[in-house]
Design a binder for this molecule. Sequence first.
Ligand SMILES: NC(=O)c1ccc[n+]([C@@H]2O[C@H](COP(=O)([O-])OP(=O)(O)OC[C@H]3O[C@@H](n4cnc5c(N)ncnc54)[C@H](O)[C@@H]3O)[C@@H](O)[C@H]2O)c1
Length: 430
Amino acid sequence: MNVCVIGLGYVGLPTAALAASAGHTVLAYDTDAVLREALRAGRAIVSDDVAGLLASAFRDERFVVCDCVESADAYIVCVPTPTAGGRPDMRHVETALAGVAAVVSSGQLIVLESTVPPGTTERVVRQALRAAGKGFLNVHVSHAPERILPGDVVRELRENDRIVGGRTREDAEKTRELYAAFVSGDIHLTDLRTAEFVKVIENTYRDVNIAFANELALFCEEIDIDVWQAIALANNHPRVNILKPGPGVGGHCIPVDPLFLADQNPFATELIQASRRINERMPNLIVRRVVSLVGEGDGKRKVAILGASYKANVDDVRESPARRIRDLLDERGFRTSVYDPLARLPHAARSVGQAVEDSDAILLAVDHDAFRDIDPAAVAPIVRSRVLIDCHNFFPERTWLAAGFRVYGLGRGSHFALPQASVRQQSNSA
Ligand SMILES: NC(=O)c1ccc[n+]([C@@H]2O[C@H](COP(=O)([O-])OP(=O)(O)OC[C@H]3O[C@@H](n4cnc5c(N)ncnc54)[C@H](O)[C@@H]3O)[C@@H](O)[C@H]2O)c1
């Protein structure tokens, strides 16, 4: 098939590269002219697996970067679907579909991959076709939401099961044909609305589950129980799977998708909205813990934040709780430094050492594997005061205590763990 992929970001570009590797001819379009040029010149910053697929697709002339939406047998739309003011913002989808409507003809297939509120695909495609004077066209329409795990995109694109919702059974079947060329997972067919709903509830389920874990963490701090141990023990039960607490929920999907449901029906989504509020408040809670440990920001106190991305081992900083924590600390008069080994940030520290130098607290905001190597004995001499705030139960508390740090671990009891000497002193005097 000739396949026009519209939107070449985290989802669209690997999808386009895989489609080309499976033998489709891909006409790839993105509104970002710099990205288009970088792709043509082989300079786009992509993971090694995507780069490999792209290189062979270019070589075999199965991947063409286009300056507009080009006519094709199938169109795959992978543009952003953010929220604005807490409400779904479908502007990118509408613009992309206007481009499709301008060139589409009868019998062609339009697939929306972007995550959207239930009912959206049918509505936006119909509107775009009408606006282009093509309301009469007999096109195939489907929704094939993406479920990849950032960090391992190509394998997940290939191996994950997919949900495909068609406007008709035939539309869903046609979409299955398109994806079956590069997806080895099962492709489950359903109707448009159900497919839209399923994608949104998958992420909403995770948001609610994380909110539950965060609520447990705060509860445990009050009654001096280690939430991490409690959750691990509870998860031994074959029908319990509680996710991990943390400093908030970030990224382009999990904090956004529940709002699609809440916006559509505020009265039937109380649990979903409460969960959103709990997760949204976590950065504030972490900042309060910082203040209770080191005092108010006074323009001099410095917090070194380790990690900037929205989750471990990825470079994506969208909606990152680490960034929110930094903003809140800045607002409260703290000086902040950030180090992230993966995310590309302007004005960031270039090493852990540079970030923590003269700091009054080290705050682990993202549990990147690369931070495992940090030796508390090596950083102890260069910080101003030895305080560790661990939002992920990541560091071995004992080694940090032994290096003289006071340690706050999210969900690990109402007391803050004290260094060895102070602990001994306390028990001596008891
Ligand atoms: N990133 C993920 O891990 C992930 C996972 C599952 C689902 N999704 C969903 O997939 C969709 C795309 O997400 P993403 O992370 O790839 O976004 P992204 O921001 O990485 O990429 C989107 C690309 O679309 C381009 N674009 C915007 N408007 C356009 C238009 N009108 N025409 C052509 N190009 C346009 C942008 O320039 C950008 O390069 C979203 O709905 C998202 O919720 C993302």
